[in-house]
Design a protein around this ligand. Structure first.
Ligand SMILES: Cc1cc2nc3c(=O)[nH]c(=O)nc-3n(C[C@H](O)[C@H](O)[C@H](O)COP(=O)(O)OP(=O)(O)OC[C@H]3O[C@@H](n4cnc5c(N)ncnc54)[C@H](O)[C@@H]3O)c2cc1C
Length: 348
């Protein structure tokens, strides 16, 4: 069905059923959903991506792998990161190199990937959310809710790209398993006026500043219980931070930080007959690793093989990947020994 016909067909009654000729329905239009759509389109598959674009603010860093993936798919985005500095474990700055890494606007990354899906011939159903999924024989019935009412789609293959919600996997019986709890509060600040990433540990968490010449995002990461008492007073809490406060200043006025879950978690099942999870829906890493987007792109590539019938080993690969990540994360936290607070005891 051509895209124009598809949208015309959607203007129907409040409850409608449509058979859309597509190989895969992807739930979630974030980085992993769009990247999966792009990989499948490149392999000659037809795809439909379901999900709201959603406004998102701030900057994020992309590893060299993620930058190379974008370049390969003709999405020229991001600024190089010449400066990476951490005050972690001591007050001495530790400088590292990040060759190939990039800093990008979260919104621009998501918009660009969504445009690539459409340019590649993919279909999008923006603004729809998943209500239910059922499997009958070799097909899925996917029930969605959008502004026109309830819509049933049928498809052979289903991709869960719903992030930490794991909305498909949960409906198929999986649980979300949390191995730690961390939340973040992010705000736009006046920054150093140059690209870079700066991280500083404090007694009850850590701060991160990501900047380009034009924009800067400052984030505080801590335990949920600490965030409850600090999110409303970020400016005051930041004024006690030693090094970063020389690089960024929080604007005057009422602050509305963006609060997001940022801990480590995974879906107890990430793959089955005719379905697979990608990106954060499989497993979410703490942003300390700066690996979320790269992992989303890598999963997208693996999905190409899975749709070709080679899904064996995916769950085992993902379990091992999560164990390796947890080991590295623990090692990173153990470098900080200055505070015996609940935050550092739990993380290491
Ligand atoms: C504070 C913070 C900072 C971070 N910084 C970095 C960084 O610098 N570098 C990096 O690589 N990673 C970073 N990450 C991680 C990165 O953002 C994620 O790994 C990445 O967004 C995962 O992409 P995704 O598409 O799998 O999930 P998401 O980006 O969460 O997208 C999932 C999409 O699915 C939609 N959805 C959910 N449920 C449904 C439903 N029922 N029906 C339809 N749609 C649904 C959501 O609305 C969303 O659009 C950071 C994370 C946090 C929390």
């Amino acid at each position: 069905m051509a895209r124009a016909e598809f949208y015309r067909a959607r203007r129907g009654p409040a409850h409608r059923t449509e058979v859309i000729e597509t190989d895969a329905v992807i739930i979630g239009a974030g980085p992993s959903g769009c990247a999966t759509a792009m990989e499948l389109l490149a392999a000659g598959r037809r795809v439909l991506v379901v999900g709201a674009s959603g406004d998102c603010a701030g900057l994020e860093t992309l590893s060299a792998y993620a930058g190379a993936w974008l370049a390969r798919h003709n999405v020229p985005l991001g600024d190089p990161i010449p400066t990476v500095v951490a005050w972690w474990g001591s007050d001495q700055p530790v400088r590292t190199e990040a060759p190939g890494a990039l800093v990008v606007s979260r919104q621009v990354l998501r918009d660009s990937l969504q445009q690539q899906v459409l340019a590649g011939g993919g279909l999008r159903l923006p603004g729809a959310v998943l209500l239910d999924v059922k499997r009958a024989g070799q097909r899925w019935t996917i029930r969605l809710l959008d502004s026109d009412g309830v819509l049933d789609l049928a498809s052979e293959f289903l991709v869960d790209a719903t992030g930490r919600a794991s909305a498909v996997a949960r409906r198929l019986g999986a649980r979300r398993v949390h191995s730690d709890y961390l939340v973040s509060a992010s705000i736009e600040v006046s920054g150093p006026g140059a690209s870079g990433v700066w991280t500083e540990s404090v007694s009850d968490g850590w701060w991160n500043l990501v900047a380009t010449a034009e924009k800067s995002t400052l984030s505080f990461f801590t335990r949920p219980s600490t965030m409850r008492s600090t999110a409303g007073h970020l400016k005051r809490v930041f004024s006690a931070v030693r090094h970063l406060k020389g690089l960024a200043s929080i604007p005057a006025g009422l602050l509305k930080p963006e609060l997001r879950p940022a801990g480590s978690s995974y879906a107890s099942a990430s793959c089955g007959e005719g379905w697979v999870c990608v990106g954060d829906a499989v497993s979410a890493f703490q942003p300390l690793s700066s690996a979320g987007i790269a992992k989303a792109f890598h999963d997208a590539k693996l999905t190409r093989a899975i749709l070709g019938g080679h899904e064996r080993g995916y769950t085992a690969t993902k379990v091992k990947e999560f164990e390796d990540y947890r080991r590295q994360l623990r090692n990173q936290y153990r470098l900080e020994t200055r505070w015996a607070t609940a935050f550092w005891q739990v993380q290491s």
